[in-house]
Write a protein that binds this ligand. Structure first.
Ligand code: ADP
Length: 498
């Protein structure tokens, strides 16, 4: 009997989800469990590895029961994960030696600052990994565990401990300890993987003092990682798609060619652009990373990645602090109630300015307020600010890649705001496509699995499933667009000078 579903496991930061996709790429069922967040000290963030598994396997079981999906209906499993988060466990017993250290955790910021005092070392890290050295990536978190958990370094050096990102930990559990593996996109976020040579890098391992015996096998994102063997779940199902969340979303958005990009409008924004087989170096502190590829792709495909810290969070601020809207979606109506922002510009540098400016000590500002400024003007200025931030990233990315972005695919909570999407299209002078199915992160992992298994034939078939998008075309007059951009530029420059 034909298999009906590919299941995506989405190991996010705040929740674990399981989603069933049918052959048309439709969501047929979702189940979700929140992950308890552990904050042992200010700036530290941890997950209990058992919570990660219980929520992920719990979501999977719940999905199968609630949607009446039999194991024989399942074609394969794909996994997407929050990236960079680190688990270390004993390869003999499967017992973790410490909580998972989550990507947001800043405990190793001083360690990275110390290492980067030597500018040449910092540059070599970037040259090898495509990343800007930071506590965010996995390397320093693994070192922290080895240096701070009693007995961990000795056990690691004896070959007893292994490391993994969340995907690795879940694959280990699903295969009942038979497989210790990750995919190239997740490996490329550890700051230990050489993205040009396609291998764990001995120089980096020495720098962070991490034994190579701890590292997982690295496979292409669409390949056979193993089969489920955990007695608690359906047996013998192939796990054959794995990717980090942002790369998975890029794939789920069908950005298969160089010049195709996606932006996720969540709390912050993540803009990724496929740069084909070229690993572009950034001059604006964007990172270079490995993109997920379909089976049979020769070598690697790469992406440039940039992020904005505050995007949807600005809308939350309007709601929770200014209290001028009662829910995020009200921002659209309020913004449309005025014909323009009345000359108001908001620079949402609440936690500093990110790419392409990089000024960590900058703080937010509102310019151009008059006696006639109303909540509606502020709301409109806030949505416009999100679009301006993305504009800056977009142009920086085009300059780094020497390639215009052909069209922007969007997803994430704030992408449902039609005012924002139209304004974004106008400011970028670019077409924007919003898929009907905004579950692009999970969809990417499902596509990767289903392409390997043969559930879907090829990328063309997948791309054809995207027929019914909303499309936003630019139609702002040139002089209006230039005025907007000039105002934004003045606001940014004033914020940097302040
Ligand atoms: P995350 O994955 O980062 O939690 P989501 O993709 O769930 O984010 O999106 C939530 C964010 O999107 C919130 O910051 C919220 O303020 C914003 N948001 C949601 N709906 C809208 C809307 N209609 N207009 C503007 N912003 C919105």
């Amino acid at each position: 009997m034909a298999k009906k579903y590919v299941i995506a496991l989405d190991a996010g930061t705040t929740s674990s989800r399981a989603i069933a996709f049918d052959k048309s790429g439709n969501v047929c069922g979702i189940s979700q469990r929140p992950i308890p967040q552990i904050y042992p000290q200010p700036g530290w963030v941890e997950h209990n590895p058992q919570d990660t598994l219980a929520t992920q396997l719990g979501a999977l079981t719940e999905l199968l029961v609630s949607c009446d999906i039999a194991p024989s209906d399942i074609d394969s499993i794909g996994i997407t994960n929050q990236r960079e988060t680190v688990f270390v466990w004993d390869r003999n017993t499967g017992a973790p030696v410490y909580n998972g250290i989550v990507w947001q955790c800043r405990r190793t910021a001083d360690m990275i600052a110390e290492i980067c005092k030597d500018k040449q070392v910092a540059q070599t890290i970037t040259d090898k990994t495509g990343l800007i050295p930071d506590a965010y990536f996995s390397a320093s978190k693994i070192k922290w565990i080895l240096d701070n958990v009693k007995g961990a370094r000795e056990r690691a050096e004896a070959g007893d401990l292994v490391f993994g990102t969340v995907d690795t930990w879940i694959i280990w559990a699903l295969t009942y300890g038979a497989v210790h593996a990750t995919d190239v996109t997740s490996a490329s976020r550890t700051m230990l993987y050489n993205i040009h040579e396609g291998c764990w890098d001995q120089w980096l391992l020495d720098l962070f003092n991490i034994p190579s015996s701890m590292l997982p096998q690295v496979y292409p994102s669409s390949s056979l990682f193993g089969a489920t063997a955990n007695p608690g779940i359906a047996q013998g199902i192939s796990i054959c798609g794995v990717a980090g969340d942002q790369q998975s979303a890029l794939f789920g958005q069908c950005c298969f060619e160089a010049g195709q990009a996606k932006n996720t409008y969540g709390t912050g924004c993540f803009l990724l652009m496929n740069t084909g087989d070229k690993a572009c170096k950034s001059t604006s502190n964007l990172v270079t990373t490995i993109a997920a590829s379909a089976p049979g792709t020769k070598g690697f495909e790469y992406a440039l990645e940039g992020s904005v810290f505050i995007a949807g969070a600005l809308v939350q601020w309007l709601r929770d602090e200014l209290r001028i809207i009662s829910k995020a979606s009200d921002s659209e109506k309020l913004a449309r109630s005025v014909k323009d922002s009345g000359g108001v510009y908001i620079v949402p540098a609440f936690t500093g300015l990110g790419a392409p400016y990089w000024k960590a000590d900058a703080r937010g500002a509102i310019y151009g307020i008059t006696r006639g400024t109303t909540p509606a003007h502020l709301c409109r200025a806030a949505l416009e600010a999100i679009a301006f931030e993305v504009y800056d990233l977009f142009r920086a990315m085009e300059a780094d890649a020497y390639c215009p972005i052909s069209m922007l695919n969007v997803d994430g909570g704030a992408s449902s705001n039609n005012f924002l999407m139209q304004f974004q299209s106008d400011i970028l002078e670019s077409e924007i496509r919003r898929p009907k199915n905004v579950e692009t992160t999970a969809l990417g992992a499902a596509y990767l699995a289903g392409l390997y298994s043969g559930f879907w034939k090829d990328k063309q078939e997948i791309a054809s499933l995207r027929a019914n998008d909303d499309v936003f075309e630019p139609h702002m007059e040139d002089f209006v667009r230039k005025e907007h951009l000039a105002g934004w530029k003045r606001a940014i420059e004033s914020t940097i000078r302040y």
